[in-house]
Design a protein around this ligand. Sequence first.
Ligand code: E4P
Length: 217
Amino acid sequence: MKFFLDTANIEQIRQAQEMGILDGVTTNPSLMAKEGIKGKSEIMERYRTICSIVDGPVSAEVFATDYDGMIREGEELAAIDPKITVKLPCTKDGIKAVKYFSGKNIKTNCTLVFSIGQALLAAKAGATFVSPFVGRLDDICEDGVGLVAHIVNIYNYYGFQTQVLAASIRNTNHIIRCMDAGADVATCPLPAIEGLLKHPLTESGLETFVRDAEKMK
Ligand code: E4P
């Protein structure tokens, strides 16, 4: 399973890249706003910086909600760097835009996916990635990881090439469960990835080894 970092924060992206576990980055308008980014030139500059750090795909979300606007913005974003993946909402216009960009061999991420029907349309339109929102489904007492597993099964059954990108990951347990469900990618906050390292036996075992190593100095 690939790891994408779900942030527009440069320091966190650098940290994950330095760990050697980073396969890509996803952003959305809320994550960009959180970084205090304002205006088109700052947005474009932030994507250029992210692409210069990361080796894999970088999802850049359009702000427009109409087809023409999505195409205009998506083309501008895609022109920044070949790593850019145009992120489009799973609406009627969004699906049309996914089809348009897939026809031009531009990578797409179909986002805000909350049902198997939406995932089916994203795959039929040729999306590179589909993003089921695990945490937001859990927030309303639905089964986010269950949707990921359902999409993985249906895509395997019909041989769709679209990769299942588990999004809205909130914690380490979500990552493990999405891995068990067969997700191709999980896009995560950095603390959720770092949580994978935590084990009390690793910590106490290391303390003992450090203590015993001291005795031999
Ligand atoms: C990433 O592609 C999504 O936009 C993001 O994971 C949403 O996460 P949230 O539900 O925590 O805002």
